[in-house]
Write a protein of this length. Structure first.
Lengths: 337, 266
């Protein structure tokens, strides 16, 4: 059973300060030039309590570029390999939305599917997630369609819920959460009486993910994907803002003496995605790549990994330059046939 | 708007065009690209001040071209893009028809000559905000300017939304995607980001129609359009040539003229 406490706004500020002084990096949603970014958070006042960050917090555990190893050409055929240790800075993600928190599970099932990814795991082990329940949503949000809700506790170590009278209720859900409580004991006061929370945001369900998964089984060859993707311009904005998109590309950067291997984010939107060395691409058309995006998240993930590859945050829809609204497209896929 | 809907309907009914590329209602108050292929759907077309995206990028998209003759709802930058695409042999006159609203009235522009004539009457329009920003950047010292762009490009994730949304970025294989050889670092680190945006700006110098669609497309709000607008402005200033003014290629960066004012080239 989780423990519940109450924190005043000042106490949240103290908590942020105490975490920072303990040598941990504090990152959270902050309004920067009309956009919310997940960035260094110093005070409670900086924390954006509503709205969605443009780019997800995924980069904390799966950065846009990560060096995996280095090598040196030592004459002849001798190549020396140098391991690189993960730069797993102790980090607290503070005040992120519950959908962002939930996304870490979707990443975890891939990075620990067959081989255990030491970079992801080292970063994840050193990351604590303090979620904040949403009291506002917009029309791109669809967490309730994928089996979540605006005050979902899943994969948060602590969940903060705003109270009507100001301040927050903190639900401490994991051992990592308890470590933060122990750091700043005075900030966490026992909850006496009713929590009196501000009601969570209303997010009307647009489809049912299980029902969608079943319908997708018969829709692989549907003309729907070509129709929906007609306006898609094939960039990677959706994948790169997405908290669960996990596809990556490997690139070597080398000269005649030495080199390094880098792992970078990849996107199924792009023309060269899954392009074979032979020149053949099994997903030659934008419609096939769009279909891959939908099936990967809503069919292959649940079939093979037991979880959805989507948390319903709507970041992709907000970031899309041509308004490919994922919620609408999925609702359409679930409603027809 | 009623004129536009009627015209689109008439074009589709008569079979004069197979698709009308235009704007429809998007999420919230936004507009999104739509592709109307049947007369009964022309009511979905919207045209108002919120229609700011240059749709010319779809004129080279294989799936759209495969439909047959295209009509496109054109804002001034779209008309310029059509001319530039024509100049670069990416578009045939018989494959496209522009529908544009000027001074409140709808015009159907069926030839490149008609588009050239129309474009010549429309003043270049860089927004005040963009012009102010360019002036501010130009007044900076080199180190200040470098610091400004380093901070902006730090947010770049190399999603290539700027490239994909640009009507002039139509190459099937972009140099940026080449890894053997790797001309530009593919990874989105500081050097990779800077080199990508430098190359993009240089590649668009003399070809950019200054529509700003790349900047609007950027999910993280980097004003990448200022780079191409500035590069285009430099070509205009030094060579007196304008991207998107003519359907005939007269491109400062690749054209040789025996009477070039520079002696080294002769």
């Amino acid at each position: 059973m989780s423990e519940r406490y109450t924190l005043t706004e000042a106490a949240v500020g103290t908590l942020i300060d105490t975490i920072a002084k303990s040598g941990r990096r504090v990152l959270g949603p902050k309004l920067v030039a009309n956009r919310i970014e997940i960035t260094d958070l110093k005070t409670f006042a900086e924390l954006a309590q509503d709205g969605q960050a443009v780019v997800s917090a995924k980069g904390v555990v799966f950065p846009k570029v990560e060096r995996l190893f280095k090598y040196r050409f030592e004459g002849g055929k001798t190549i020396a390999l140098d391991d690189v240790e993960p730069n797993a800075q102790p980090t607290v993600l503070f005040g992120v939305r519950p959908c962002e928190a939930r996304a870490f599970h979707a990443l975890d099932v891939v990075f620990n599917w067959d081989s255990k990814d030491k970079f992801f795991n080292a970063r994840m082990a050193n990351t604590t997630v303090v979620g904040m329940a949403c009291t506002k949503a917009d029309e791109s949000c669809f967490c309730t369609s994928i089996g979540s809700r605006p005050d979902d506790t899943q994969d948060s170590d602590i969940l903060l819920s705003p109270r009507k009278a100001g301040g927050f209720v903190a639900e401490v859900l994991t051992e990592k959460g308890k470590v933060l409580v122990a750091l700043a004991k005075d900030a966490f006061q026992p909850l006496a009486g009713n929590a009196e929370l501000i009601p969570p945001a209303t997010v009307a369900p647009a489809f049912d993910a299980k029902d969608l998964q079943q319908k997708l089984a018969a829709k692989f060859d549907s003309p729907l994907w070509a129709e929906q993707s007609l306006r898609c311009i094939g960039c990677g904005a959706c994948a790169f803002v997405c908290p669960t998109c996990v596809c990556f590309d490997m690139q070597d950067e080398a000269d005649t003496k030495q080199g390094q291997r880098l792992r970078s984010w990849d996107s199924c939107g792009m023309r060269i995605f899954t392009l074979h060395a032979s020149g053949h691409n099994p997903r030659d058309k934008q419609s096939q790549r769009w279909r891959q995006r939908v099936y990967h998240k809503f069919s292959y993930y649940p079939e093979r990994l037991g979880t959805l590859g989507c948390v319903g945050c709507g970041k992709c829809s907000r970031a899309c330059p041509v308004d490919m609204n994922l919620k609408q497209h999925l609702a359409e896929a679930a409603s027809k046939g | 708007m009623e004129d536009l809907n009627n015209k689109a309907k008439q074009l589709l009914e008569s079979g004069a065009v197979k698709v009308v590329i235009g704007y429809g209602k998007g999420t919230g108050d936004t507009r999104r690209p739509i592709f109307v292929r049947a007369a009964e759907h022309t009511g979905d077309l919207v045209f108002d001040a919120a229609c700011t995206q240059n749709l010319a990028t779809y004129l080279t998209k294989a799936e759209v071209r495969a439909m047959g003759k295209m009509a496109i709802v054109a804002i001034p930058s779209t008309l310029r893009s059509i001319l530039q695409l024509a100049a670069e042999k990416q578009l045939r006159e018989e494959n496209v028809l522009a529908l544009t609203v000027l001074d409140g009235s709808l015009r159907e522009l069926a030839t490149f000559a008609a588009i050239e004539e129309t474009v010549a009457t429309i003043p270049d329009a860089i927004s005040n905000a963009d012009q102010q920003m360019i002036d501010k950047l130009t007044a900076m010292s080199v180190s200040e300017r470098r610091a400004f762009w380093a901070a902006e490009l730090n947010r770049c994730v190399k999603c290539y939304a700027c490239r994909s949304s640009c009507p002039m970025c139509y190459c099937e294989r972009c140099t940026m995607d080449s890894n053997r050889p790797q001309w530009i670092p593919v990874a989105s680190h500081a050097v990779g980001n800077l080199e990508y945006h430098m190359v993009r700006a240089m590649h668009l110098a003399g070809r950019c129609v200054q529509c700003g669609t790349c900047g609007a497309a950027c999910p993280v709000g980097i004003p990448v359009h200022l780079l191409t607008i500035f590069a285009e402005g430099t070509v205009r200033q030094h060579f007196g040539q304008k991207g998107g003014a003519s359907a005939k290629l007269d491109y400062a960066m690749t054209t040789f003229k025996p009477d070039d004012k520079e002696t080294f080239i002769r």
